[in-house]
Every structure is written in C-alpha cells, then in structure tokens.
Design a protein around this ligand. Structure first.
Ligand code: SF4
Ligand code: FES
Length: 253
C-alpha cells in the first residue's frame, strides 16, 4: 500500500486509484471536467494539475486524474505553479467555450482570475467619449468590478435615447431596441437608458425621444423654414422644408 504525502500530510493511498480519487477522499476539491471514475482517464481538460515530487526528483506539474500513487510521492495542490497551470487550463478551455458559465463558475470557485467575460466590448471607450463630447449627456462611464473594467451607465437616468453609443460602437456591444413606442439601450443585460419615442406629426412613425429633441433644440438654431418645436421625423421635416422653399420661390416669380 503506497504511502504518499498530500499538502504535508501522510496518507495511505491503497487500492487501484488515481491521485485525484485520493485527494477527493481527503476532502481536497480538485477542479476536473474530463474525469469520470467509470472511464479510463484521458487528461484532456488539464484542470486537475497538481505538483508532484518523486523522491530525489524535482517537482513537476502532473495531472491528478492520470497519476497513480507511488511510495514516497509528494503532492501539493496549493502552490503558485499549480495556480499557474490551472489558470492556463481554464483559459484554454474558455477559448473553446467562451460563454460557458460552468467554466467561469468553476474557475471562480477555485480562485482563478479569468479576466473579462466575453461581452463583445473591447473597452475602446468610443461610446463614453461620444456620449460626453458629442451628445453632452455623459450617461456612460467605465467602472471596475472585481478587478475587471466594464462600460456601465452612470446613475441619474442621464441617457437621452439618441442611440449615438449604439451607432458608434465598433463591435455591436451596445444594442438599441425600439418597440411599442419605447427605446431601450443596453450593454450586456444592463439598461443604459429607457425613453419613450415620439410619433412624427406627419407620417406617424416613431422616430426620436423627447429628451433627444429637446437637446437638439437647445444646441441648434431654429430651422428657417419649419415651425419651431415641430415633431416631424427627418424625412417629413425635409419634405416640408423643400415644399415651403419652393412655395416661397414661386411667390417671388
Ligand atoms: S461598448 Fe462598444 S464603444 Fe463602448 S467601449 Fe465597448 S466596444 Fe467601445
Ligand atoms: S480531470 Fe481533466 S485532465 Fe484531469
């Protein structure tokens, strides 16, 4: 019956077991996704990495699901090398299954930092800058959550529903959804802004939010040919303006 050492404790590792079974019997939780005791081990996921030292040999990273106990073998599951090997293994698996909450959840449980989750955002901050510098709403900011930076809405319901962030985003991480007279702008599952839409007085199409139109009126000169505070969509406003212009030309003739 081989005697091995696990994290400094001597253990009888008898029976036809793999090191992962011995560790589990000792209540040591080793991450593993490709191991099943009813099947022969394959060593595919590499998550069960442990540090193994045979007598008079240097420490090596080995897979606990493949490794068999041997007399004098020392196993450590808590070293920097183990964390490094596990981190690499988790990140490699996440390349195959980036949306998998199982992989991220297991990594988190074992204290492995997986970096930013795939949320389509490349942190270019075009949306933040456009909202502040062009629109003047300053509705977005970048915020650190658990060491990871995210684009998030600022508090105070600042979004005016112009959709500039969604149009300027190079990766499509920000979505604008218009339905039933409401415009909602999202990043991930977080709502950036929710604004009612106005209907064009002429064609009846939903076209812009009241906050957006007020912002335009604050920032632009009155249109010389269209009545102030009109609620026409851009197409109808253009048609109306062209009609007024040609009527005034006719008068002069
Ligand atoms: S949401 Fe889009 S525009 Fe904003 S930082 Fe991310 S990728 Fe850039
Ligand atoms: S459990 Fe997958 S490699 Fe060991």
């Amino acid at each position: 019956m081989p005697e091995i050492t696990v994290n400094g404790h001597r253990i009888d590792a008898g029976g036809d077991k793999h090191v992962i079974d011995v560790l589990r019997e000792q209540g040591i939780d080793v991450p593993a996704l490709c191991y099943h005791p009813a099947l022969s081990p394959a060593g595919e996921c590499k998550l069960c990495a442990v540090e193994a030292t045979y007598p008079d040999k240097p420490a090596q990273i080995k897979l606990a699901c493949v490794l068999k106990p041997a007399e004098g073998l020392e196993i450590r599951t808590d070293t920097e090398q183990v964390t490094r090997a596990r981190t690499t293994a988790f990140r490699n698996l996440a390349k195959f299954a980036p949306e998998s909450s199982v992989i991220r959840g297991l990594a988190e449980k074992h204290g492995i930092n997986m970096g930013a989750p795939p949320d389509e955002c490349i942190r270019c901050r075009l949306c933040v800058r456009a909202c502040k510098e062009l629109v003047g709403a300053n509705a977005l900011k970048i915020e650190k959550r658990n060491t990871i930076r995210y684009i998030v809405p600022r508090s105070g319901n600042r979004c005016i529903g112009c959709g500039t962030c969604a149009s300027i985003c190079p990766t499509g991480a920000i979505r604008q959804e218009d339905s039933n007279g409401l415009r909602v702008i999202y990043i991930r599952d977080e709502i950036i802004g929710q604004n009612p839409l106005l209907q064009c007085e002429s064609c009846g199409r939903y076209f812009a939010t009241p906050k957006f139109l007020s912002r335009i009126e604050e920032r632009t000169e009155d249109h010389p040919h269209v009545k102030e505070h009109h609620r026409y969509c851009p197409t109808c406003a253009k048609l109306l303006s062209d009609r007024i212009k040609s009527a005034s030309r006719m008068k002069k003739i």
